[in-house]
Structures are given as structure tokens and as C-alpha cells.
Design a protein. Structure first.
Length: 218
């Protein structure tokens, strides 16, 4: 599982954050450039805990994974139209993940005769498509620091936006607890509380399967 999921997770979240950096730069904010985040080098975006340790721990303990990179720093004051530009910035990461999923599906279609002889490679590419869709979907959740929250925060009055942004340190722990810990703990108690399945996993795999069938790579 580490072999199949580890590399796609690192690449997907790296491209997600790099896209946000380039989007901010294109919209007039040079903060990502100053911080050295205008790159697709994973080492520049890796968060030791969120990118490496957390996914590994979750895979080994819960049998599933979730990870995140260091958020790209952005100064909305440098945007000409902060509300509009923060919305565009919020869309950059998820749209990049969707684009990656499409490109990987095309790669699978183009190399179908070869990848069938290499099941680990094929499984990794299939997982990459689903992982990119999961990242795109999860970032639509309006919980700081996920992308959707950036657009929402820009639209709120300043006082409400500041209150809303205070939830940012708790966003990822809430995601892990609700989507991973609760289902795992409930299964040990003989219950079935699956939140990630209908909200994230099944939609992601439905989209992935749809892409594969569309391009003849299923």
C-alpha cells in the first residue's frame, strides 16, 4: 500500500500546492516566489508530518491515508481584486488535481498494452487518479485551511472572516478524526459509521472509473 499510494500522494499534493503558488504569482502576489514555493520540487512543499509521517501512520494503523503539504503563503493584500482573486486561487489546486487525473487516465490509455504486464505500475496509476479526485473533492469542504475556505473567507465581512480563519489549526485534525478515526473506531465497536465513503471515496472512484472508461483505459 505504501508503494502504490505513497508516491501518488506526495506528487498530487505537491502539484496542488505548486499550482496555488503559481496562481498567486500570476495574480500579482510575489510571496510564493519570495518563499521559494514556485516549484514542482516536492522537497520545497513537503511538510514532514503532514506529507510523510501522517500518511504512513494512517496506512499502517487504519489501512487508509490522508496527507497535506506546507500551505503556500499568500498575501491577499497584493491582489488587485482580493475577493475575485482569492476565489481563483482557491480553484487552482483542485483544478490541477482534476487535470492530473485526466492526464494519468490518458497515459493509461496510451500504455494499456504495456501496463497490463506490470500490475504494480498499473495499480499505482489507477490509485493516482482516485487520489487526485479525493484531493479535489476534500478541498471543496468549507473548513479552514482547505481551499474552499479561502474563497469563503474572502467573501465574508472582515470580523467574520477573522473568526472563521481561527479554525485553521484544527482543520486537518478534524478531517482525520471525522473521515478516518471515527469509521475505524466504530468498526471496532461493531458499528458502521462511514463518512469518507459516500463523501470522498465513492465519488472519487466513480469519477476515476468514468475517466478510464471514457478514454478506453478501464
Amino acid at each position: 500500500m505504501l508503494a502504490v499510494l505513497g508516491l501518488p500522494i506526495v506528487i498530487s499534493i505537491t502539484f496542488h500546492e505548486a499550482a496555488r503558488g503559481y496562481a498567486a504569482w500570476a495574480l500579482g502576489d510575489d510571496t510564493p516566489e519570495f518563499e521559494g514555493r514556485l516549484t514542482f520540487n516536492p522537497l520545497s512543499h513537503i511538510d514532514p508530518w503532514g506529507t510523510l509521517m501522517l500518511p504512513a501512520v494512517l496506512l499502517l494503523t487504519l489501512g487508509t491515508a490522508f496527507g497535506y503539504a506546507q500551505p503556500v503563503p499568500v498575501d491577499a493584500k497584493k491582489f488587485q481584486n482580493p475577493k475575485r482573486d482569492m476565489t481563483l486561487l482557491a480553484a487552482a489546486g483542485p483544478m490541477t488535481n482534476v487535470t492530473l487525473a485526466i492526464l494519468i487516465a490518458l497515459l493509461l490509455a496510451a500504455t494499456r498494452g504495456v501496463t497490463q504486464d506490470y500490475p504494480l505500475w498499473q495499480a499505482t496509476l489507477h490509485a493516482s487518479i482516485a487520489i487526485n479526485f479525493v484531493l479535489a473533492i476534500v478541498n471543496l469542504i468549507p473548513l479552514p485551511p482547505l481551499d474552499a475556505s479561502k474563497a469563503i473567507g474572502a467573501m465574508l465581512p472582515r470580523a467574520l472572516s477573522e473568526t472563521y480563519s481561527r479554525a485553521e489549526p484544527y482543520g486537518y485534525p478534524i478531517i482525520v478524526f471525522v473521515f478516518l478515526v471515527v469509521p475505524f473506531a466504530s468498526s471496532r465497536l461493531g458499528l458502521s459509521i462511514d463518512i469518507a465513503g459516500p463523501v470522498l471515496i465513492r465519488p472519487a472512484y466513480t469519477l476515476a472509473d468514468g475517466l478510464l472508461h471514457l478514454f478506453g483505459a478501464a
